[in-house]
Design a protein around this ligand. Sequence first.
Ligand SMILES: Cc1cc2cn([C@H]3C[C@H](O)[C@@H](CO)O3)c(=O)nc2[nH]1
Length: 221
Amino acid sequence: RRAPSLDRPCTIAVEGNIGSGKSTFLRHIEKLGNVTVFSEPLEKWRNCQGHNLLDLLYQDPQRYSFTFQSYVQLTLLQAHTQKCSTKFRFLERSIFSARYCFVEKLRRDGIMASPEYSVIDEWFKWIKQEQAVGVDLFVYLRTDPEVVYERILKRDRAEERKVPFEYIKSLHEIHEDWLYHKRLYECPAPVFTIDANVDLGMIGDEYGRFEDQVLKKRVAV
Ligand SMILES: Cc1cc2cn([C@H]3C[C@H](O)[C@@H](CO)O3)c(=O)nc2[nH]1
């Protein structure tokens, strides 16, 4: 376990399906103080020089998934490399889930064309090699597709109204393969899994387990 060193804060990436409770988890963590939280830059994705790329993605995935994922990769690179003065830094998702979960899914379904996939992958490989995008721990908010699908419908984000259950289910499988079964691509850091199926109001003691076993220990280290 790498202790937080001065050159880069201890970086914890919170991963999970759409609607798995990442923002709720991060709001809870933020209350602890002395941590920096980088939430998903949704507002950037909704307004890139006036274009709502998230809406375009769901309106016409074939045409815009490369555009969207290419901008996601830039905005996450910005988050990973942004200066921060606290010992701990939490990211909502990471450049790794961008490539290994979302881009993977779009490629598998033939939504992203092969030449586009290759260009994104070449960017990803260079960034991983040349930039300080290291993650020291993944927190995997593990859920069932049915549970998160209900939450997505309830949350009712305009752009996500047309997301089919099938999409959520296969994103779930990819997260499982990558972070739980560890049989899809490299998993570049240890994974702390939280059962995020529980009602988000009740998830407190799951967070408590995380704080005891991770945050306190790291402070000790
Ligand atoms: C890293 C990464 C995050 C991310 C989010 N999304 C979508 C899923 C949700 O509908 C919305 C906010 O997470 O953006 C995506 O399509 N590709 C992504 N890649």
